[in-house]
Design a protein. Structure first.
Length: 136
């Protein structure tokens, strides 16, 4: 096997886009709540310069830090999680979703996953005779 065939081709440009968008959303929410950059940076355990880099969407920032700020501000993480989910399936992320009801989309995803898990648990816990009755 040729070394290049061992790994899937990956487009990492999505991370740059996520960080830019995330930084904008963090800045907007922080300002809407009348929180200073210094207050948020201190709350997160970082420096003012570090938070400014996050809000500017600097490529060297970590997604973990974007998630940290997003969670502390109590806003949806969909602008980070959904594009990664699409990228993981080699699908282009529809940018229009970012401007919609991300919390609603997240709830739908969680409900769908929960329903699938509950269905699998029910199947695993059902007696064999009941499963064979359902297929007859």
């Amino acid at each position: 096997m040729v070394p290049s065939e061992k790994f899937a081709a990956v487009d990492l440009s999505i991370f740059k886009e996520i960080k830019k968008l995330s930084g904008e959303r963090i800045r907007q929410e922080r300002k809407a709540r009348h929180i200073t950059q210094l207050e948020l940076a201190n709350n997160m355990g970082g420096s003012l310069r570090w938070l400014r880099e996050i809000e500017s969407g600097a490529p060297m920032t970590r997604l973990e830090d974007h998630l940290n700020a997003t969670l502390r501000l109590g806003i949806s993480t969909g602008h980070i999680a959904l594009p990664i989910l699409y990228a993981g399936h080699r699908m282009r992320f529809p940018q229009q979703l970012i401007y919609g009801d991300l919390a609603g989309i997240e709830r739908k995803c969680i409900e769908t996953i929960s329903e699938a898990v509950i269905t699998a648990i029910k199947h695993d816990l059902s007696p064999e005779w009941r499963r064979s009755d359902a297929t007859d």
